[in-house]
Ligand binder design. Sequence first.
Ligand code: DC
Length: 222
Amino acid sequence: MSQVPVITIDGPSGSGKGTVTALVAAHFGWQVLDSGAIYRVLALAAEQSGIAPTNEAALRTMALQLQVQFVDGKTLLNGADISRAIRNETVGAYASQIAALPGVREGLLQRQRDFRLAPGLVADGRDMGTVVFADAQLKVFLTASAEERARRRYLQLKNAGHSVSLPDLVEEIRARDERDTGREVAPLKPADDAVVLDSTTLTIEQVVERILAEATARGLAG
Ligand code: DC
């Protein structure tokens, strides 16, 4: 294969992309790109610097200069561990807002493509298969009902020690879906050649099995 292989896993918030991406990457021994984390880091950095979520020029500059690292499962901004801080819903909502700005997406594009390193990459996000890695060998679009996604996010946040309300989460997930699918630039939608998987009634293991079967069918080594 001339290009380093990529599997893209796109889908809405709470569809299980993060967990599935980690398991598929571990199976192949490949790198992981959590592109949402990059948008979240930019959101946090902008918030901390008092940059308004509408200030596209300042956000683009910040996107190009962002000092973010992913080390041993931790997310570092200017060397400080912000893994927990980027997971709260306020940062998620801010990230979704700034992600609608073309300048921000452009500013983060090359940074995401730089994750394509041998032996391979599993990239998790909203536009991995449609924009960032349009030539990916396997594209998956993972979805689930809004209620099921809210329930999963609720358990995840609760286990991480955040206090959250389930009805609020359903509302937030719906609002975020609307913003992510309704935006003009790189909206959340399956690539034409994506395998669409609805995980509402599937276990994580079943989802991973389906993806590995699709990967094998495309000659990706396991
Ligand atoms: O996957 P996540 O919830 O961590 O992503 C946070 C926000 O970032 C999400 O609401 C939309 C945006 N995002 C994006 O626009 N494109 C991506 N590839 C990943 C995330």
